[in-house]
Design a protein around this ligand. Structure first.
Ligand SMILES: [Zn+2]
Ligand SMILES: [Zn+2]
Length: 253
């Protein structure tokens, strides 16, 4: 049984009791972290010791998705109980951000390493199978599909506007973890950056997912209003992400 633990549900910057993007996936002793946004490291430690963080997927280089890699680097530099290596899987652009952040530690013994992955690439991630998809965002960004030992599938959009690649990523997922940054009708939004909650519902409908978890809602908006908007186009179960919420990936399948 694979659990998804929300360790950061805020969009773009932290809110009250909401850290930025971070999602633990846990199946037995397998642990994977999807994004390590600013503030998420405090929540993560409610669930696993930092020494358990060995394989991390980072969707893109915005700080609400990678900012707390700095705290993790600092932790690994002290040595006690640290893993031999922390592997960050990300695209080229994101790996460069990680390298830039690493440089601020100068001679400190940091054991965070990067592995470059590209869209359409399959790779092992902490005992899970992962496949990356090209997202549509203001900087190079990947969505990811994770398959556990039981064959249950989770799709995570990272940050992205609605596009065919996201639909491919999410097709038949047991759980779609989708950003829903904006409420439609609340502004003129630029193309190719984020989804409205309606877009997230549309993605869930087109991909035929079993359940939708709404997350990364812009702090000025009510996440429950976002869920209601998504429900106008997706008639399956919709959950609203809260920090430290646990969702069983395969439930309801
Ligand atoms: Zn973001
Ligand atoms: Zn972003």
């Amino acid at each position: 049984m694979t659990e998804l633990i929300v360790c950061g549900s805020a969009g773009s910057f932290q809110g009250v009791a909401r850290a930025c993007s971070g999602y633990l996936l846990r199946e037995g002793t397998n642990v994977v972290l999807l994004d390590v946004g600013s503030g998420s490291l405090a929540n993560i430690q409610r669930w696993v010791p930092l020494s358990a963080l060995q394989d991390i997927f980072v969707s893109h280089g915005h700080h609400d998705h990678v900012g707390d890699i700095v705290g993790l680097m600092q932790y690994t530099s002290f040595g006690a109980h640290r893993p031999d290596v922390v592997r960050v899987f990300a695209n080229t652009s994101t790996c460069e951000v990680v390298h830039q952040l690493r440089r601020s530690f100068a001679e400190q013994d940091v054991v965070v390493r990067t592995t470059t992955v590209s869209a359409e690439q399959s790779f092992g991630l902490g005992g899970f199978k992962a496949e990356a998809f090209e997202a549509w965002h203001s900087r190079p960004s990947l969505a990811v599909r994770i398959t556990d030992q039981a064959g249950h599938r989770l799709a995570y959009t990272g940050d992205s506007a609605l596009c065919d690649e996201l639909v491919r990523c999410a097709t038949d997922a047991d759980l779609l973890v989708s950003e829903a940054s904006w409420l439609s009708g609340s502004g003129d939004y630029p193309e190719g950056v984020h989804m409205t909650a309606r877009d997230a519902g549309e993605l869930a409908r087109r991909a035929g997912v079993r359940r939708l978890l709404i997350t990364h809602v812009w702090p000025a908006f009510d996440p429950y209003a976002a869920a209601a908007e998504a429900a106008e186009v997706f008639d399956g179960p919709i959950l609203v992400a809260e920090d430290n919420m646990v969702v069983t990936v395969g439930a309801g399948s």
